[in-house]
Design a protein around this ligand. Structure first.
Ligand SMILES: Cc1cc2nc3c(=O)[nH]c(=O)nc-3n(C[C@H](O)[C@H](O)[C@H](O)COP(=O)(O)O)c2cc1C
Length: 193
């Protein structure tokens, strides 16, 4: 059994009762035994200002450090007006700078979305995937986990109760773990070359 996997969860919503944060929390419970999972709250990230990119605020340094230290990043985004949330875009813009210090390069990222609407954030995911690909992240290609009508998909205790989506999430996490192991092994080999 592969142990010691570091996983960072980034919800794209600041809302206290965020379904996207809840979805990541439930995903954490499906990770292999021994995984170390941390949820990140992007509410402390200020608006991006390129004047500060070489000396970013502490919250940005911390987030970049946590991404660097993780084997897998899980991002769950709401859909806002047919795209992913601006608070998430703002955080990603900070993370991506300066160009040579972007911790998303070769980082395994699994994305999913939860929305109260009938398309479940599929458009948001599409935009997010394009941006993460541009930053060099290894975005797990499939399956897509799109939680529609999300207000009906959790129990009163916050437990994920959609059997089809649960199975898709298991498959997505399995693919992410597989990719993360492959990256770790590749890094070991490259160190010897
Ligand atoms: C400004 C705004 C725009 C939204 N636009 C969309 C949309 O285009 N498509 C959609 O499916 N849901 C849309 N929604 C609904 C959100 O996806 C839904 O409220 C979701 O639960 C928010 O995520 P959270 O629970 O993690 O905060 C919108 C909500 C807000 C506040």
């Amino acid at each position: 059994m592969f142990r010691g996997l570091n996983v960072l969860g980034i919800p794209g919503s600041l809302r206290k009762g965020s379904f996207n944060r809840l979805l990541i929390k439930n995903a954490f419970m499906m990770l292999p035994e021994g995984s170390n999972a941390i949820m990140y709250d992007i509410s402390a990230i200020p608006l991006f200002n390129q004047d500060l990119e070489k000396d970013p605020p502490e919250s940005v340094r911390d987030l970049k450090e946590k991404i660097r230290a993780s084997d897998i990043v899980l991002i769950s985004t709401p859909e806002y007006n047919h795209s992913y949330s601006r608070v998430l875009k703002n955080a990603i813009d900070w993370i991506s700078r300066p160009y040579t210090e972007n911790p998303f390069v070769s980082k395994v990222v699994a994305i999913f979305s939860a929305s109260t609407g009938s398309v479940g954030g599929s458009r948001a995911q599409e935009h997010l995937r394009v941006v993460l690909n541009a930053l060099g992240a290894l975005v797990v290609p499939r399956p897509e986990v799109i939680l529609v009508n999300t207000n009906k998909k959790f129990s009163s205790e916050g437990k994920f109760i959609d059997p089809v989506a649960i199975e898709l999430m298991r498959q997505l996490l399995k693919e992410a773990v597989k990719l993360a192991i492959a990256v770790k092994e590749a890094d070991k080999v490259l160190q010897k070359i």
